[in-house]
Ligand binder design. Structure first.
Ligand code: BGC
Length: 757
């Protein structure tokens, strides 16, 4: 099997690892397997024993990280921010007996100092080249502070908008998720890990964390092997194939076995099937949490289970350092297991060039860089998804007329710099952020117009004290822009919600402002899909803008005024009602499909009742996966396949590529240049295992001038045509494929071909 990363597999690196390993004491070896932050966490005392260890080590325990570093007993650290701090710890480590450098990791998820949109928003760009560029940019900033390892990308598929961490990933689809996963890894690691501006990626959270039952954070996941391999694993696999140097285990249990002690995931799949040579770090205190999961009665057993499963580094549990010596002494753990873990950690350190360049490189970046602002501004623009743009007095509300005299800007997110940074604001500072209010006021002043700003309400409050001023502002303006939605901390880790509507009384405010009869543009800031059913009927223009980052205001103004036409497409379905969750487009068929029944009405008889449906809300999404409008219109025609039959023997080979070419003609039928994301979907009928009603198998961004046409082409090979059978084998069978090419998961234009026995 080809190595997952040639640098990690290099004989030169292995020789250096061998040589070093031979010199290490047990304490030094264990040191490579533990990770602390600079806050310290506490050692066990005779009185608290294992029980106290099972509590949050950050609050109940203290470890002197600096002392450990000096003794060569601290392999890696997390979220130590700033070159001065990393230097102090690195100095200490390099003065230790063997001079092994510390690896500094950080949660750089969507930017370090110059912040770009949250990953869900970035996924809405469907622009992998952009994601790669941004990831590289983040690496160049963070390495100036000594950070050489990012706890990113998060590639957990999320199909349940209740789950707050949906904001950190690429949404519901494995194909899009895999493309994004590759782009992040390539951007972070570059082609050479040892370059001063490369960082190691930590792909997280392995695995299937995003399938938490009922969308409740940290909850269990339970699924068939087919679903695991077909839907949840592909992005992790894509990241490993792109060379990811490390992975992070997840908090959840998968089919009853916590991921952090799951040999099927770490050993069978990751190491053996995928040939992964890097190391796995536990998530924060996840080794300790094995006791909470109830699969370990004590710290020693938790340690043994995690380490033997293939989790090499213990993040913050303080278990590996306290328990490994005891386990070895009692012959419950082999030295070979410890050595293998240390070997994997050292391999990454050598490949990263950490021994040669242990310190921060270049001038430390301490604020959002002017030179990086244009890129994050473009990223924000590409992330916006225009969900609806209905006419008001004969023309669509967006883009705004550049000569408009007065705009009422209303809502708690219009001028909230800190909220623009999203769930992981990196190390940025709030003053670096441009808000919509700032950008809009500047722009309106330039052409002699004015902004009537009203805060309206807070994100989460019962007070309606600001409503009247907001309604007054709307009445006096030509057009109203409302900036409503979630606070950044309502999504992200531990941000699960059961209500997906606009929080607090923002819906009430929206209704009162809309009642003025003025045209309203609703900008929805959120880390997840929200339920926007009322707005979809009563508000002419709605745009999902996620959390756009440092250049939020400029990017929003650019798109509102039409300097830039929106091009984003939804990476996750927006439901009509929370009860539809988990909701995703590539569902499996049922034996009772609803067919042509009008699901917007309650059932009226047998044909409309005994079908797979709800009696109160249609099945489909309010805004489906792949949907997104622009300021022009696009048409698809001539969807064709290059052949109508394909012999099975030709198709059923893992290395078979370009077996069938799908083409379509895309035309810009509107009045301005814009970019469309053309999407290819397939359905496979007649297989031994039922297949989704549609699955994404290709996409590309295409920019066209008004009236211009272009042929879009997609190649289908084994990777696109195969699926997992009941024996967990990836196969192609003699089946019928329907393909669709269009601008969303509801694209109508189709063609067919058969795989013949
Ligand atoms: C999160 C990870 C994160 C880690 C370190 C955990 O709570 O689940 O995503 O990388 O903390 O901050």
């Amino acid at each position: 099997m080809a190595p997952s990363n040639a640098q990690l597999a290099s004989p030169g690196v292995e020789q250096r690892v061998d040589a070093l390993l031979k010199q290490m004491t047990l304490e030094e070896k264990i040191g490579q397997l533990v990770q602390y932050n600079d806050q310290g966490s506490s050692a066990p005392t005779a009185a608290n024993g294992d029980q106290a260890l099972a509590a949050n080590p950050e609050t109940q325990t203290r470890v002197d990280a600096m002392a450990l570093a000096r003794q060569g007993r601290l392999g890696s650290m997390l979220n130590v921010i700033g070159a001065q701090k990393t230097r102090a710890f690195q100095d200490a480590a390099l003065h230790s007996r063997l001079h092994i450098p510390i690896l500094f990791g950080a949660d750089v998820i969507h930017g370090y100092r110059t912040i770009y949109p949250v990953p869900l928003g970035l996924a809405a760009s469907w622009d992998t080249a952009l994601v790669q560029q941004l990831s590289h940019m983040a690496a160049t900033e963070a390495t100036t502070a000594g950070v050489k390892w990012f706890y990113s990308p998060m590639v957990d598929i999320s199909r349940d908008a209740r789950w707050g961490r949906s904001t950190e990933g690429a949404g519901e689809d494995p194909y899009l998720g895999s493309a994004m996963a590759r782009a992040y890894v390539r951007g972070y690691q570059g082609t050479d890990l040892s370059r001063p501006d490369s960082v190691a990626a930590s792909v997280k959270h392995f695995a299937a964390y995003g399938a938490a039952e009922a969308g409740r954070e940290y909850n269990t996941t339970d699924m068939s092997d087919i679903r695991l391999r077909q839907v949840y694993l592909p992005p992790y696999k894509a990241a490993v194939e792109a060379g990811a140097a490390t992975m992070m285990s997840s908090f959840n249990a998968l089919n009853g076995v916590p991921a952090t002690a799951n040999p099927y995931l770490m050993d069978e799949i990751l190491r053996k099937e995928w040939g992964f040579d890097g190391f796995v770090v536990s998530d924060y205190t996840a080794v300790m949490e094995l006791t909470h999961h109830g699969i370990a009665l004590d710290a020693a057993t938790a340690t043994k289970k995690a380490l033997e499963a293939g989790v090499e580094v213990d993040m913050m549990s303080h278990f590996y350092d306290t328990q490994i010596p005891k386990l070895l002494a009692e012959h419950r753990l082999s030295m070979a297991t410890v050595d293998e873990a240390v070997r994997r950690v050292l391999r990454v350190k050598f490949a990263l060039g950490l021994f040669e360049h242990p310190y921060a490189s270049g001038t430390e970046v301490t604020h959002a860089l002017p030179a990086n602002r244009p890129l994050v501004r473009r990223a924000a623009e590409e992330s916006f998804v225009l969900l609806r743009n209905a006419p008001d007095q004969g023309r669509p509300v967006l883009p705004l007329d550049p000569g408009v005299k007065s705009v009422a800007l209303i809502g708690p997110l219009a001028d909230a710099a800190n909220e623009m940074q999203g769930a992981w604001g990196g190390a940025t500072q709030v003053p670096d952020v441009v808000t919509l209010r700032q950008a809009l006021e500047r722009r309106m002043q330039q052409h002699g117009g004015r902004v009537l700003f009203a805060h309206g309400t807070d994100i989460l409050t019962e007070s309606t004290a600001g409503f009247d001023t907001a309604v007054q502002a709307a009445r006096q303006a030509d057009v109203v822009v409302m900036a409503l939605g979630e606070s950044s901390e309502m999504s992200g880790e531990a941000g699960s919600r059961v209500h997906l509507d606009l929080p607090g009384n923002q819906q009430q405010l929206l209704e009162q402002v809309a009642a003025t009869g003025k045209p309203v543009v609703l900008l929805v800031f959120s880390g997840r899909p929200l339920v926007l059913d009322w707005a979809a009927k009563h508000v002419p223009a709605i745009m999902a803008v996620w959390f756009p980052g440092t250049e939020a205001g400029h990017a929003l103004a650019d798109v509102l005024f039409g300097d830039v036409a929106p091009s984003g497409k939804l990476p996750m379905s927006f439901p009509r009602a929370v009860g539809q969750e988990p909701l995703y487009y590539d569902q499996f068929p049922t034996g009772r499909p609803a067919g042509d029944a009008d699901l917007s009405r309650p059932p009226s008889g047998g044909d409309t009742r005994f079908v797979s449906r709800y009696i109160d809300v249609p099945n489909d999404a309010l805004f489906p996966f792949g949907h997104g409008l622009s300021y022009t219109s696009f048409a698809y025609s001539d969807v064709r396949v290059s052949r109508s039959t394909l012999p099975l023997a030709e198709a059923n080979r893992p290395d078979a590529r370009d077996l069938v070419t799908v083409t379509a003609t895309l035309t810009n039928t509107g009045k301005r240049e814009a970019t469309e994301v053309a999407q290819l979907y397939v359905r496979n009928l007649g297989a031994s295992v039922e297949q989704p009603v549609r699955s994404l198998k290709g996409f590309q961004r295409v920019t066209l001038k008004p009236g211009q046409s272009r042929q879009v082409r997609f190649e289908l090979g084994f990777a696109e045509l195969s699926f997992y059978d009941v024996h967990s084998r990836q196969v192609v069978e003699p089946t019928r494929y329907t393909v669709w090419v269009g601008g969303s998961s509801q694209a109508p234009g189709q063609a067919q071909f058969d795989i013949t026995p």
